[in-house]
Write a protein that binds this ligand. Structure first.
Ligand code: PMM
Length: 291
């Protein structure tokens, strides 16, 4: 999933694609690099950013969705507003990606239920009330899993079918770097819910604080590397996501992630099928027939 932020202030690529013509060209470029899906969003969720009005969000998103879908590309809409989701679906989008998991707008579950569109339910505690509040978890993986399961149940009550839902642990949303790393390490537990999982690690701050390279300044406690310098680390998380069995990754640098996924695909194709070690054991040691 390639990211097309039609916003003035996203942390990773703020303002570069605010002009619809530039956003459409960017979406086409990401598709040419191998994106299967283009995620068009008109609202930045960066802490401290002010929400655009609904009219402003519609103005940003709809023409871009229309143009990209008109090219035959698969488009998702990144929005917390049911009216924006509805307009984007009418303009040709095929999926709704809601970082609030349907909590920000009470009309969203009904819209998703009535359209039958696939729906990304992301985990985000605190939401718009206080996104900068210090998150506290005793066991972040278990709690994110339980809270996602609660959302699935609540959405089912509102008529959204389980088959429409894609889950997302929401890296960086009410989570600090330690929580993000623990969720990456515990991805199997989120996948064990039994629904497709989308992972959004791309260029997030925690990837700007890796152990220092030889000769490079130590930065784990200091200033994170600038967002565009986090693409190699992002591609590494895409490989981890693919190995864990995630459904998709949401990234800025599609070419690097395509290569990372290509590595995993080739590894799978070439994996030898090892004999079951238990079967070997019961047959006795190799060359030991008759003993
Ligand atoms: N992250 C951002 C925006 N939308 N949607 C999903 N499903 N998952 C995410 O992790 C996610 C998202 C923020 O990143 P950006 O400002 O670079 O788009």
């Amino acid at each position: 999933m390639g990211i097309v932020n039609v916003t003035p202030d996203s942390f990773s690529d703020g303002g570069r694609w605010l002009d619809p013509t530039a956003a459409v060209a960017h979406g086409r470029a990401l598709a040419a690099q191998g994106a299967d899906l283009l995620d068009v969003g008109g609202e930045s969720t960066r802490p401290g950013s002010t929400r655009p009005s609904e009219a402003e969000e519609l103005d940003r998103v709809v023409p871009v969705v229309e143009a990209l879908a008109g090219d035959g590309l698969l488009v998702s809409v990144d929005t917390m507003r049911a009216a924006v989701a509805a307009a984007a679906l009418r303009a040709g989008a095929v999926l709704v990606n809601d970082v609030s998991g349907g909590l920000a707008d009470e009309a969203m579950p009904e819209l998703v239920a009535s359209t039958g569109a696939p729906f990304v339910v992301m985990h985000w505690r605190g939401l718009l009330t206080d996104p900068s509040a210090e998150p506290h978890y005793d066991d972040v993986v278990a709690e994110v899993r339980a809270e996602l399961e609660q959302r699935v149940d609540a959405l089912a009550t509102a008529g959204v079918s389980r088959g429409q839902i894609i889950l997302d642990p929401g890296l960086g949303f009410s989570k600090d770097a330690g929580h993000n790393w623990t969720l990456l390490a515990g991805m199997e537990e989120i996948l064990a819910i039994g629904l497709p999982v989308l992972l959004g690690a791309s260029r997030k701050r925690f990837l700007g604080r890796l152990p220092a390279r030889p000769g490079a300044p130590v930065n784990p406690g200091g200033t994170p590397t600038p967002a565009p310098e986090r693409d190699a680390a992002t591609a590494a998380t895409s490989l981890l996501a693919a190995q864990a069995g995630c459904w998709a990754v949401r990234v800025h640098d599609v070419a690097a992630t395509r290569d990372a996924l290509g590595v995993e695909e080739m590894r799978r194709r070439h994996a030898r099928t090892h004999p079951n070690p238990t079967a070997l054991h019961t047959r006795g040691p190799v060359g030991g027939a008759g003993r």
